[in-house]
Design a protein. Sequence first.
Length: 133
Amino acid sequence: FMLARFRKTGGFIQLLQLIETCEPAKQKNLFHLVATEDPGWAVLIKQKSLSFEKIVEWPLDVFFELTPHLPDRILAVCIARTPAHHQQKWWTAIDQRRVKEIETSLKTMPANPEEKIAAGIKLIQLVRELQSQ
């Protein structure tokens, strides 16, 4: 029954973006509901959904597209959340005038788990926004 309202034109994308931008527990519940109602859609959502982890695996040129659109604190939290072997992509892509501010933010205010989730959601939203332009 939940999927009925998403079975219109553009509905799948709406559902996908809803699931992508929820905190992990809610995301898991929504995905479970979709899988119960329509296993085919669940497979598609798994294939098409973005995650912070997928995005940080992308090539460096993508980071040059993303960093100008992210506020310093969100960038700092994204860097803190990124595995060490991918962090250099962020630093390479950040405008040099912003580096000091971001470094200070990282040193003085360690990111808490909620902030890391929020930064990940913001990053996914930005990618989707840029894709739609």
